[in-house]
Design a protein around this ligand. Sequence first.
Ligand code: UD1
Ligand code: MG
Length: 462
Amino acid sequence: MSDKINIVLLAAGKGTRLNIDIAKPLCPANGKTLVDYVIEELAEIESEKKLYVVVGHKAENVETHICENFPNLDKKFILQKEQLGTGHAVKTFLDESPEAKDAEFTIVVCADTPLIKKNTYDQLINKIKNDDLQAVCATFKLANPTGYGRIVHADKGFKIIEEKDASDEIKKINEVNSGLYIFKTEHINSYINNLNKENNSNEYYLTDLVEPGLDVATLCYKDSLEFTGVNNLIQLEQIEKELRRRKIEELQLSGVRFINSDSVYIEQTVRIERECTIYPNVVLMGKTSIGQHSIIESGTTIKNSTVAANSIIKSNSYLEGAMVGERSAIGPMARLREGSVIGEACKIGNFVETKKVNFENGVKVSHLSYLGDADIGENTNIGCGFVTCNYDGANKHKTTIGKNSFIGSDCQVVAPIKIGSDAYIGSGSTINKDVPDGAFAIARERQTTKENMAKIFIKKKE
Ligand code: UD1
Ligand code: MG
C-alpha cells in the first residue's frame, strides 16, 4: 500500500439546471472554468497523487480542456457512459482502475465546487489518518438546507439521507453533505458493490458508503460558501463574486490600491504589480498585466494586454491585444486594438484608434486619429485628425513614418506609403507619394482670399 492518494473528480453530470449548452465543468467563472479552480487546489495537495476524472456529458470537451491546461498532472479519464448516480460514477472509476487499489486513500470531490481550498483537503487527510477512520465527509450547516443530503448522526458513525428520500423530520436537519469525502480505498472496494438503486431517485448513491456503526466521521465547516456547488446561474454568480473578492484581496495585500473594489471586474489570470492604482468600474480580462506604479482610470477595459510600469490609462479607454511601454499615457477614450505595440513615453490621446501599429518611444498622437498597419519612428508627432488609409477594399497596406517627423493636423496618407525621418507634412494634406527624409510635403489647394467679397455669400433672414 503506497502513500499515494487517488483523487476522483466527478464531472460526468449534465448540469441540466444550468440551462446552458456548455459542459458544467467548463462553465466560465471569472476568467477560467469551474473545473480549473478545483484542479488547481487539488494540485496543491502535497502527497503523491493521481487524478481520476469521471467524464460523461460532453466528455471529449472536458478531457481536451483538462489536458491542455494541466499537461503535467498525473491523470486518467474514466468514461461513465450512463450517469446512474454518484455511487455508480465511483464504481466505474474503481472497475476501470485496478492500480487505484494500491493507494491507501481516495478523495472524492465534485467538479462544480470551485471554492474549496487546499487547506480543507489537508484537514480531511489528517483526520482520516489521525483517527484511523474508513471515511470522513465534509459537512456544513445551512439555515435553509433544501436540496442537500442531510447528515443523521448515530452513536457511532452517521448516515446521509437525500432530500428526495427524507421524511419531514429529517428535512429539518440543517447539517448537510458537501459532496467532498475522503475514504480508505479498501472501504470503497468492500462496499461499492453493495450499493443499490432502491431510493426515490433510482440512482446509485455514493452517500450509501457511510452508515451508522462504521468508523466514519464528519468534519463540519462553518463556512458554507466554500462548498457552494454550481447548479444554476444564480449560484454561478455567487461563486464568481467570491472568486473575484479573493483575487482582489490578494492584490490589495500585495500592494495594489483599489478606489472602489466592489465596482471592479478582474479576472483570475490578470497580474498587477504593487503600487498600481485601479479606479472604479475598471474591467481587466484574460492575460493582462499591469506594471508597477501604473494607474488605470475609471471605465477602462483591458483584455489580453500588457501595460508597463509608470503608465496611465485614462478613463473610458479600451485595450485589446495591445502592449504599452513604460511612462506612456493612453486616453481618455482611446482604443488600442489587436497588435498595437506602443513604446515608452508615448502619448495617445482622446478618440485615437490604433490597430497593428508599432510606435517607437516618444510618439505622440494626441487627438482624433486612426492608425492601422503603421510603423512610426521615435519622437514623431502626429497632429489632430490623422488617418492612415490602409484598406483598398480588398487588401491592407502599410504606412511607415520615420523618427522626429511632424505630421500636421487633418492629414491622410494613402498606403502603401513611406514618409522619412525629420520630415514635415503640412496640415490638410492627402499624401499618396513617398516623402524622403528631411522633406516638406504639402498637398492641398492654395488659398485664395478676395477682399470685401464675403457679403455676396452671407445670407440674411427675410
Ligand atoms: C450530491 C450528494 C448530496 C450532497 C450534494 C452536495 C449524492 C447521492 N448526493 O447530491 O448528498 O448534499 O451532492 O452538492 O451523492 N455525477 C457524475 N455521475 C453521475 C451523477 C453525478 O459524475 O452519475 C457528478 C456530477 O457531475 C456532479 C457530482 O457528481 O459533479 C454530484 O452530482 P449531483 O447530481 O449534483 O448530486 P446532488 O444531487 O447535488
Ligand atoms: Mg450537485
